[in-house]
Design a binder for this molecule. Structure first.
Ligand SMILES: [Zn+2]
Ligand SMILES: [Zn+2]
Length: 434
């Protein structure tokens, strides 16, 4: 049976510069060879424009005789065959890792159409791009240029499924389908595109994973920590038959990480285990922005005052101390579903507060965003008197679906992309879009 894509068109709308980034001035440049069209024809003879927010619209700094625009569009071809590294519109300052510990400004090169407008006094740039071009770019933005081809093929198919299923629909109310960032899928346009990744996109064009003849909601994260997590540990809406817990290794052992954290912590046979990457150039394989530590096993120290500050920030509560942390429920990979903070309020009364969800927990126990919610309190016995909390944890990200480092580990062992996908999404099959 032919599979329908689910999207209304083959164009996906990607939010690149968002009002929350509070950018009021930006420069966009392009090469002379680019076949460029714009609603402001003067621009097409130039090689760059500097835009700034003015009271009556977008001002074009290097075109003083052009009136300010409420919306500016720039477009260039975006068929996947027309792409190459750094092809498209170059923007030198786009936020990557919004709100995460690795937030930074990066350069991007974007194919397709840019629609630039002003919202709440700040610039908003949406990139309308062909889905196949988008997934080719996502695969390299999520991976490094030296990634093995089976990893790229797997990542490309997963990115395509995720984009087409659009199950999260986080940004539709703001006029775009996905953002450019880790919140959705990391997309840096053609900046790091390689022949290799382009080849993966072209060779797997239209290839998707299906379950019950529907494109699957292909979740993925950086490092599961040894066991892939169940969908319903992290998100509402019940179980998803192909996003289930499994050991991320060659052998499916009985039991779960949650049964015995210390044994799990010692487990180093996983495809995503640091042990497999000792002689591997991870930077070249996993992308440029996130190779700063070991994500399979980690330890983080958080001052209690930091947690009190987060408690105030996210719940409005003012406490004077944290006395205990009670972990209430974990998913199979040991990711905590909810916990109780126990403390003393400003009147000296004993109080407790629930911290719900994997996301909420990662926010609460870090100044930016904790690697994962799969941790134990290492200093639990002395916590009441300590001025800090020592977290001993595993994995990076929500851990559901494909584990990117695990998929890398598998590809390095010459396991093909079809088998990689079968491992992470059991019960699904590969199909061709109609
Ligand atoms: Zn997003
Ligand atoms: Zn893994």
């Amino acid at each position: 049976m032919p599979i329908s894509s689910g999207l209304n068109s083959e164009i996906i709308r990607v939010g690149i510069v968002l009002p929350e980034d509070k950018i009021q001035q930006i420069t966009i440049s392009w090469s002379t060879e680019l076949e460029l069209e714009s609603n402001v024809p003067d621009i097409t003879t130039a090689q760059s424009i500097s835009l700034l927010v003015e009271h009556d619209g977008i001002g074009l700094k290097n075109f003083p005789n052009t009136s300010n625009q409420s919306t500016l569009t720039l477009s260039c071809p975006d068929q996947v065959e027309s792409l190459s590294t750094k092809y498209g519109f170059h923007i030198d300052s786009v936020v990557a890792g919004r709100g995460f510990h690795w937030e930074k400004r990066i350069e991007v090169d974007l194919p397709g159409r840019l629609e630039i407008s002003i919202q709440d006094g700040f610039l908003k740039i949406i990139n309308f791009v062909d889905v196949e071009a988008y997934v080719a770019c996502v695969a390299t933005s999520e991976m490094g240029s030296e990634a093995p081809s089976d990893l790229l093929a797997a990542q490309t198919i997963v990115a395509r499924c995720w984009s087409l299923a659009l199950a999260e629909a986080k940004h539709l109310a703001h006029g775009y389908d996905v953002c450019n960032d880790d919140c959705c899928q990391r997309y840096q346009g053609t900046s790091f595109l390689t022949e290799h990744s382009l080849k993966a996109a072209i060779e797997t064009r239209g290839e998707v994973l299906v379950y019950d003849d529907k494109v699957i909601d292909a979740r993925y994260s950086k490092n599961c920590g040894g066991m892939v997590e169940a969908y319903d540990t992290v998100w509402e809406g019940g179980k998803v038959p192909y996003l289930i817990p499994l050991w991320d290794g060659p052998i499916q052992k009985p039991g779960h990480a949650v049964d015995d954290f210390d044994t799990h912590y010692a487990y180093d046979e996983a495809y995503c285990s640091s042990k497999r990457f000792e002689n591997v150039n991870l930077g070249g394989m996993l992308g440029k922005v996130d190779v700063s530590g070991s994500y399979y096993r980690w330890e983080q120290v958080m001052a209690k005052v930091g947690i009190l500050k987060n408690l105030k920030k996210y719940t409005g509560l003012t406490w004077s101390s944290i006395d205990d942390i009670r972990i209430m429920e974990r998913g199979p990979s040991a990711r905590i579903k909810y916990l109780f903070l126990v403390g003393t309020d400003e009147n000296g009364a004993s109080v407790e507060q629930v911290v719900k969800s994997e996301y909420g927990i990662r926010q609460m126990f870090s100044d930016s965003f904790l690697y994962s919610s799969a941790f134990v309190i290492h200093n639990a016995d002395t916590l009441k008197d300590d001025d800090h909390v020592v977290l001993k944890g595993v994995g990076w990200g929500h851990g559901v679906g494909l584990c990117q480092m695990g998929a890398l580990g598998m590809a390095l062992e010459h396991i093909g992309y079809k088998e990689i996908l079968r491992h992470y999404y059991p019960g699904t099959r590969l199909a061709q879009l109609s």
